[in-house]
Design a protein around this ligand. Structure first.
Ligand SMILES: Cc1ncc(COP(=O)(O)O)c(C=O)c1O
Length: 390
């Protein structure tokens, strides 16, 4: 059986040994210097000014929406577009924080939303922001989506939890909007066991994200930012550490996550390169099969994904493959499927009657599956997969 995920870390044994050693010698395991070092390193890797490290990608999504509300850039009741084919905790924060989620259908040839679909959605909705997902390392025409957002004065934010390292038109995904989120959960491009991040170039947003991450207080702000806040609110020294400036949570990662992030980041280029080679090799044969809808990727400079999606043209082929692959190749639905079909969305979406259908996302929900694409796949695994998925 070829499993979805083969290991917790790249270079598993070496990483575990280093982690054991780190735990033995460090005096601090709660948020500290390793986390801060990782923030610096990851921001540099991504090519963004700021990285705010969280305890998961879901936390990063929640914090980003809360930060935009705290700063007044979003207001309760605003309509926010999102990719109908995504992960639940991309859309849940919108509902939890009083926004109105508007699903936007995907294109079947990339599994991602396009400028065309956004334009169609804008005919019926006055979107204030787009929180798009760069699904499974793909994108459609995100540069054009960005242009629409600029023209319409809409905030663009990217859930990049599945596309770390993808390069489109010379630019990394995650660098097209105001901010982007990342996940470092096991099985994603790089693992800190649990972990996530928001990257942005916006200093004020970065400050608010740090406030949101830890209780609404100012402890992880720069000295001058603290002084400014304390002066503005006339906070006495005695209360300074225990003054809560805005709505927040406790979404902090630990030094264990920080240490792992710094270790794994040293290998990120190799990890992405290996996954990209696997993807390219598998795509050549699998997407040539007429039973499947080929996923277009020639417009992307570098596809970086951790799973290989397959869309069957017929439900019959889908069901046949689900049976055939059992106990041989571990597969699962494409990400979280169509959000419109999920019970939580049916229950909590206030605009249910108004929600337009998203037939392509529904098609991918019913006719799609994915298997893992990880750096540990051997040549023999790749041969087995190619022979099985047909
Ligand atoms: C698109 C997307 N967003 C958010 C998340 C949540 O990340 P995490 O599992 O780190 O909370 C995932 C998780 O797989 C995801 O695929």
């Amino acid at each position: 059986m070829i499993k979805l995920i083969k290991s917790t870390f790249y270079r598993e044994r070496e990483t575990k040994d280093k982690l054991t050693n780190f735990i033995g010698r460090t005096s601090q395991l709660s948020f500290g210097p390793e986390c801060e070092k990782f923030e610096k390193n990851f921001a540099e890797y991504q090519g963004r000014k700021y990285c705010i490290f969280f305890n998961s990608g879901s936390s990063a999504n929640l914090a980003l929406i809360q930060a935009l509300l705290n700063s007044g850039q979003l207001k309760p009741g605003n309509e926010v577009g999102f990719s109908a084919l995504t992960w639940a905790t991309n859309v849940m924060p919108l509902i939890q924080l009083g926004l109105r989620p508007v699903p936007i259908d995907i294109e079947l040839d990339t599994l991602n939303i396009s400028s065309k679909k956004v334009t169609e959605s804008l005919k019926n909705k006055g979107l204030k922001a787009l929180f798009i997902t760069n699904l499974l390392g793909f994108c459609h025409d995100i540069d054009q989506i960005k242009k629409i957002c600029q023209d319409q004065n809409m905030i663009l934010i990217e859930d990049n939890c599945e596309a770390l390292g993808t390069v489109y038109k010379g630019k990394k995904l995650g660098n097209f909007g105001l901010a982007s989120t990342f996940s470092f959960f096991v099985g994603h491009h790089m693992s800190t066991i649990e972990g996530g991040a928001v990257c942005t170039d916006d200093k004020d947003l970065a400050k608010m994200l740090r406030i949101v991450r830890a209780h609404g207080w100012d402890r992880h702000l720069e000295e001058e930012e603290k002084e400014e806040l304390r002066a503005k609110h006339r906070v006495k020294q005695f209360h300074a550490q225990y003054t809560f400036y805005d709505l927040g949570y406790n979404l902090r990662p630990t030094e264990i996550n920080g240490f792992l992030g710094n270790e794994q980041l040293r290998h990120i280029d190799k990890i992405i390169q290996k996954r990209n080679q696997n993807f390219t090799q598998l795509a050549k044969t699998i997407y040539a099969n007429r039973a499947f809808i080929p996923l277009r990727h020639s417009h992307i400079d570098m596809v970086s994904n951790f799973a290989f999606p397959v869309l069957c043209r017929s439900q019959g082929d889908h069901d046949r493959l689900v049976k055939k692959l059992k106990n041989k190749l571990e597969i699962r639905p494409i990400v979280g499927g169509s959000m419109i079909l999920q019970p939580f969305f049916k229950k909590h979406n206030r605009d249910q009657t108004e929600t337009s259908s998203c037939p392509n996302a529904e098609f991918a929900h019913r006719n799609g599956f994915y298997f893992g694409n990880n750096p540990e796949l051997t040549n023999s695994d790749l041969k087995i997969i190619t022979a099985l998925v047909r």
